[in-house]
Unconditional design. Structure first.
Length: 277
């Protein structure tokens, strides 16, 4: 994939592919194909430079109402992106197709590839965006807030016994997350280790009779991508024989500027459930 950035700044920064990026110059026109990073772009004060987003980019809602949609994260409309004449494209290794990014890179000058795998990886993400888009002060404030949230999460993880959990993302078939996902790493930050411990796929199907189910302390039903509802709690509790709890999927899976809020949400939930045990 030929992805590069030429600009006139002094300090090079590297994205997830190791590509060096310098500070952008001239007019900046950003198309983001990653919902959580669209939110980050806005929180860094770059909303006026955001010219395109996916239909899944929904936060912050008031700001994005006027930003054109270019399709989904996987089914991008090339003609729509081309018409917006972006200078910068923001993509993610897990959320966007390689072939799509390669096709877009043929006419978008600068492509920034991201791949945060754990909450702490957002620190490098902030530095990258802060350097490229000349908003280092805002990025530094986000980094400081995340550092504090990471410390809070570590404190609750150290103060409570670790717990093995099952995190459901889909129904029919029932599906969970492997430990190499951002979701699993975020849960682990507060002392919740996801099961199965080993999986052949990042989002494995669940066998309710599998031997490892015996180690599950509780089951989480995520609000996304499958929209689990309260009515599913009894069904899952019956299938698993374990307590079932609803959980906000955006707080566990969205990186970028939501990472600190996500950790604090999980820290509070960990304390709440421990207190009710």
């Amino acid at each position: 994939m030929k992805i590069s950035l030429s600009a006139d700044a002094a300090t090079p920064l590297r994205d997830a592919l190791g590509t060096e990026h310098l500070r952008a110059s001239g007019e900046v026109r950003i198309v983001s194909l990653v919902p959580s990073l669209t939110e980050l772009v806005c929180d860094l004060g770059l909303a006026d430079s955001l010219v395109g987003r996916t239909g899944f980019c929904v936060h912050p809602r008031p700001v994005l109402k006027t930003i054109p949609k270019v399709g989904g994260t996987k089914d991008v409309r090339m003609d729509a992106v081309r018409a917006l004449a972006p200078t910068h494209l923001i993509v993610n290794i897990d959320e966007n197709r390689r072939e799509t990014v390669e096709e877009l890179a043929a006419f978008v000058p600068y492509v920034i590839v991201t791949h945060p795998c754990a909450p702490a990886d957002n620190l490098d993400l902030y530095r990258l965006f802060g350097g490229v888009f000349d908003c280092a002060d805002r990025a530094a404030r986000l980094a400081a807030d995340l550092g504090a949230a990471l410390a809070e999460a570590q404190a609750v993880a150290q103060g409570l016994p670790s717990e093995d959990v099952l995190y459901l993302i889909w129904r029919e078939p029932w599906m969970s997350v492997a430990r190499d996902t951002y979701i699993s790493a975020t849960l682990a930050a507060v002392g919740w280790d996801t099961l199965p411990a080993a999986a052949g796929r990042r989002y494995p199907e669940i066998d309710w009779q599998a031997p490892w189910m015996a180690g599950v302390a509780r089951v989480f039903l995520s609000s996304e991508p499958y929209r689990f509802r309260e009515r599913h709690l009894a069904e899952v509790a019956a299938l698993s024989g374990r307590p079932a709890v609803m959980i906000d999927g955006e707080m566990t899976s969205w990186y970028g500027s939501r990472a600190a809020a996500g950790l604090r949400y999980l820290t509070a939930l960990r304390r709440e459930l421990a207190g009710g045990a």
